[in-house]
Design a protein around this ligand. Structure first.
Ligand SMILES: Nc1ncnc2c1ncn2[C@@H]1O[C@H](COP(=O)(O)OP(=O)(O)OP(=O)(O)O)[C@@H](O)[C@H]1O
Ligand SMILES: [Mg+2]
Length: 227
C-alpha cells in the first residue's frame, strides 16, 4: 500500500506510446479517495488511454502510476485481477456477455467478489431498478437497445459499490433524461465513498458541479480546473 492512504490515484510524469506515437506525455495528477473527477479533451487527446492505464489494460512507458496503493508499473499479471476486483468499469470494449441474461450480467460483478446469492438477488434488482430496467432482467443483451445495454453496463459497474469507478463516455448513447439518471446514480455511489473518474466530451456533465476537471489535448495535460 502507499504511504499516504488518502490518495486513490497518482500519476507522476507518466507517458504512453503506441507504435512510436505518443498518446500521453508526462502526465502528473492526483485523485483523492472519494473524489469525482472528469477527464475531458478533443477526440484522440488520450482520455481512454488514461483510463486504461489506471485499469492496467495498458502499461506506462515511463513515469509512475499508483492506484489504490498498487504500484501499476510493477504489477504482476497475476495481481491484476485483485486490483480489478476493486474497480467498476464502463468501457466500450467491456460489453455484456451475449449468452447470459441481464440479471446474470449484473450479478457477475458481485459473484466475482464472493457475495451470497440472497444479497446478489436484492442488489441486482435494486441496481436494475435504478437504471429503469428491472423488467428486463430475464432478457438477453441482443434484445435490448444500445442505450438499454449501456444502462446495464452501468448497473454492472456500480452494483458492487466499487472503491473506484472508471467510466468512458458513459452517457454517449443516452438521451438527456436518461443521462441525468446515470449521473444521479454516480453521485449516489460517490456519496457512499466510491471514487469516480469520468471521461467525457459532454460539458453538461461537469458544468457547475465544482468537481475537478482534467483537460487533455494531444496527449498533454493542459489544465486541472473546476467544473
Ligand atoms: N491501441 C492503439 N494503437 C495505436 N494507437 C492508439 C491505440 N489506442 C489509441 N491510440 C491513439 O492514441 C491517441 C489517444 O487515443 P485515445 O483513445 O486515448 O483518445 P480519446 O481522447 O479517448 O479519444 P475519443 O474522444 O475519440 O475517444 C490517439 O491518437 C489514438 O489514435
Ligand atoms: Mg476515448
Amino acid at each position: 500500500m502507499t504511504v499516504d492512504s488518502s490518495i486513490m490515484i497518482s500519476f507522476s510524469t507518466a507517458s504512453k506510446e503506441y507504435d512510436n506515437q505518443t498518446a500521453l506525455r508526462d502526465i502528473t495528477f492526483m485523485v483523492e479517495k472519494g473524489e469525482m473527477v472528469f477527464i475531458t479533451g478533443p477526440s484522440g487527446s488520450g482520455k481512454t488511454t488514461l483510463l486504461k492505464l489506471i485499469y492496467s489494460a495498458e502499461r506506462p512507458d515511463s513515469g509512475h502510476i499508483s492506484v489504490a496503493g498498487w504500484d501499476i508499473n510493477n504489477l504482476k499479471e497475476s495481481t491484476i485481477p485483485l486490483l480489478r476486483r476493486h474497480i467498476g468499469v464502463v468501457f466500450q470494449d467491456f460489453r455484456l456477455l451475449a449468452n447470459r441474461n441481464i440479471f446474470d450480467n449484473v450479478a457477475m460483478a458481485l459473484r466475482i467478489r464472493g457475495a451470497a446469492e440472497r444479497e446478489i438477488k436484492t442488489k441486482v434488482y435494486e441496481s436494475l431498478k435504478s437504471v429503469g430496467l428491472r423488467h428486463k432482467s430475464d432478457s438477453y443483451p441482443r434484445n435490448l437497445s444500445g442505450g438499454e445495454q449501456q444502462r446495464v453496463v452501468i448497473a454492472r459497474a456500480t452494483v458492487a459499490e466499487p472503491n473506484l469507478l472508471l467510466a468512458d463516455e458513459p452517457t454517449g448513447n443516452l438521451d438527456a433524461d436518461t443521462a441525468e439518471g446515470v449521473m444521479r446514480i454516480f453521485k449516489n455511489i460517490n456519496a457512499k465513498g466510491t471514487t469516480i473518474m469520468i471521461a467525457t466530451h459532454n460539458k453538461e456533465l461537469y458544468r457547475n458541479t465544482g468537481k475537478k476537471v482534467i483537460r487533455l489535448d494531444s496527449g498533454n495535460l493542459v489544465d486541472v480546473g473546476k467544473g
